[in-house]
Design a protein around this ligand. Structure first.
Ligand SMILES: O=C(O)c1ccc(O)c(O)c1
Ligand SMILES: [Mg+2]
Length: 617
């Protein structure tokens, strides 16, 4: 099906928007009238620019406050419409959207409205254009697509059809299944938008909080399935009013939009199927990019949390560190991708390798969903591991147990089995810190490509501002995306210090956190000190007995529980740039990440990071 996007979705001037939309791979655009009016181009020039980008104008909108007006407003509305029909001919588009009236003089009356549309259809016919009617969910008399359809049905004019917009239907809780009774050839256009489930005024919600399908909480897939059941085969167009997008990078927002549409069409079977979303089995390794100067400090930190050096790459200056089923690589190469990561971010997690059932299929899905493939010249005798770019330009490698990729530790490395360690079994989750503006984009990336499930977003109070945290789980891959708006938060400072988004913390899993804590004492591990106030409160909140409370406090372990189970967290002191390790233990089916503890942990990290001589409380 053809894809389209409303110009109102993006920031910038009309030419910038067109370039971004074309680069993202859309087939067409809805011209939002304001974008045209604000530009200095003639309608013919705009039409030519659009077509020069290989795009078509799928819709001109919006035309407001048309139907059921008393005179002289009615005559004026028709005169206004005629001007717009002429403009559409100059632009080179044949479809106009009329949204349901909010005019204080609008009289309502279904037959009166139908008569107005029938007359408008005659006028449209004379100009060779068509008109679609959309129910705004805050419309004065028409605010339900079923009523808009009844107006169109009664107008009974070949130039008059219905326009459906998922936001207006789903925001009101209208059952999208009711769309199935509408004939597909009477639906002239379909707009798609999602939104987060925040109870608020409909108009305000629509104008500021819409987002891409899959980024919010509305069932856009059910809506689209119902639309497709009617036989509709016109464009699917994104119309997203969102404050952040209107201030964001147009290329990023346009690409997210196309990614969301491709994923949605795949999900509902509107296009030939993509390879299925890969269920991630586990994180097989993470790789740090560093320098020979900074490597010893990093390796000291790895040693202190129980890792042992267990080998090296056959040709590159990459050491392998192992514990349990976890592999950590430390890359000090002075050339290539690792080096450029180090130059860009400082010592950083530059690669994450995921074990999936079929790496090449997962890679094909990712690139079909517009992920940027990461190519590296293959070294003879070594594996060529499929890879894509992820957060902050880092690399996600895809491994599987079914192909030659399963032999990575034999082919590319001289590797010994892990040592005794301190009880860390693998990775629990990765915390990726980014600007708040990037959060929706990366959350869509993970959910679309890896079939991840989003947890509800939580606000974390840093002493110096709010940080938002979005957890995503795709099988054995758990990530928390932490979005910083305020610059002085721990997350905000990390972004500045490491020059953009990257992994700020790695949380390893242990089956027995107290045994791990004890084992780490002998390895020089410096736990983040958690104050007594926290433990008194935790004891009271959860009704913990004195013995457990004392154990937690002695080991600086934080505690949380949910209906399914219990959670224990032990933190390292943060590195100077704010990077840190965490060790967690999940008991039962605890599904969270200890968010209630985050404000106290962050405050403790900020105390620990103060320069010597500064007060530590
Ligand atoms: O917010 C509005 O006014 C508006 C205008 C046109 C649309 O298609 C729409 O969905 C909303
Ligand atoms: Mg709309």
């Amino acid at each position: 099906m053809r894809t389209s996007i409303a110009t109102v979705t993006l920031s910038g001037t009309l030419p910038t928007k067109l370039a971004a939309i074309a680069a993202a791979g859309f087939d067409g655009i809805e011209i939002f009238e304001q974008d045209f009016l604000a530009s200095d181009f003639t309608p013919e020039e705009v039409g030519r620019m659009v077509r020069d980008h290989g795009l078509e104008i799928t819709l001109f909108q919006p035309f407001r406050d048309f139907e059921a007006l008393p005179e002289p407003h009615r005559a004026r509305a028709f005169a206004r419409a005629e001007r717009k029909f002429e403009l559409m001919n100059q632009l080179g588009t044949d479809l106009m959207l009329v949204c349901s009236s909010v005019h204080p003089q609008a009289q309502g009356g279904i037959d009166r409205m139908a008569q107005d549309f029938s007359d408008l259809g005659d006028l449209a016919e004379r100009h060779g254009v068509r008109v679609g009617y959309e129910a705004l969910c805050w419309g004065r008399h028409v605010f339900d697509h079923r009523d808009a359809w009844e107006v169109v049905r009664r107008a009974d004019h070949p130039r008059i059809g219905l326009i459906l917009d998922s936001f207006h239907t789903l925001s009101r809780g209208l059952d999208p299944e009711t769309i199935r009774a509408i004939p597909g050839d009477r639906i002239f256009f379909v707009q798609l938008a999602d939104a987060p489930a925040i109870p608020m005024d409909l108009l305000y919600w629509s104008r500021h909080f819409r987002n891409m399908p899959g980024e919010g909480d509305l069932d856009v897939a059910a809506f689209l399935r119902a639309v497709l059941a009617t036989g509709y085969d016109g464009p699917l167009s994104l119309e997203i009013f969102n404050d952040q997008f209107r201030a964001g990078l147009p290329r990023m927002v346009a690409q997210d939009g196309h990614r969301s549409l491709i994923a949605l069409m795949d999900q509902v079977g509107a296009t030939p199927p993509l390879p299925p979303p890969a269920p991630v089995e586990r994180v097989e390794f993470i790789e740090f990019a560093t320098s020979p100067d900074e490597a010893p400090a990093l390796e000291g930190l790895l040693t202190s949390i129980g890792f042992d050096r267990a080998g090296r790459h056959v040709t590159k200056p990459v050491s392998l560190w192992r514990q349990g089923a976890m592999n950590v690589l430390v890359n000090t190469d002075a050339t290539g991708f690792a080096h450029s990561s180090f130059v860009a971010h400082g010592t950083t997690v530059s690669e994450i390798a995921l074990m999936v059932p079929d790496a090449r299929s997962a890679h094909a899905r990712a690139t079909a969903l517009l992920a940027q493939p990461h190519e590296q010249p293959a070294t003879p005798g070594q594996l060529s591991i499929p890879a894509i770019r992820g957060v902050g330009g880092s690399v996600i490698r895809l491994l599987d147990g079914a192909s030659d990729l399963s032999r990575i530790w034999e082919v590319d490395f001289r590797a010994d089995p892990p040592g005794a360690g301190a009880g860390i079994t693998g990775i629990d989750h990765l915390g990726q810190t980014m600007a708040y503006d990037e959060m929706l984009s990366w959350s869509l990336f993970y959910t679309a490509i890896f079939a991840g499930e989003k947890a509800p977003m939580v606000d974390v109070a840093d002493p110096d501002g709010l940080v938002r945290s979005q957890a995503i789980r795709a099988g054995g891959l758990r990530v928390t995306l932490n979005g910083a708006e305020a610059r002085h938060t721990l997350a905000g400072r990390f972004i500045e210090d490491s020059f953009g988004a990257s992994v700020q913390h790695v949380a390893f899993a242990s089956d027995d956190i107290f045994a791990t804590a004890r084992a780490l004492e002998g390895r020089g591990f410096r736990p983040l000190r958690i104050g007594a106030n926290y433990y008194r409160d935790a004891q009271a909140r959860f009704g913990l007995d004195d013995a457990l409370t004392a154990r937690l406090q002695a080991a600086n372990v934080m505690y949380d529980e949910d209906a399914e189970g219990r959670f224990f967290q032990l933190y390292s002191e943060p590195r100077a740039d704010g990077f840190f390790f965490e060790i967690v233990q999940r008991q039962g089916g605890y599904a969270g990440y200890g968010a209630p503890n985050a404000p106290f942990r962050i405050a403790a990290q900020k105390r620990a990071a103060r320069p010597a001589g500064m007060p530590r409380r």
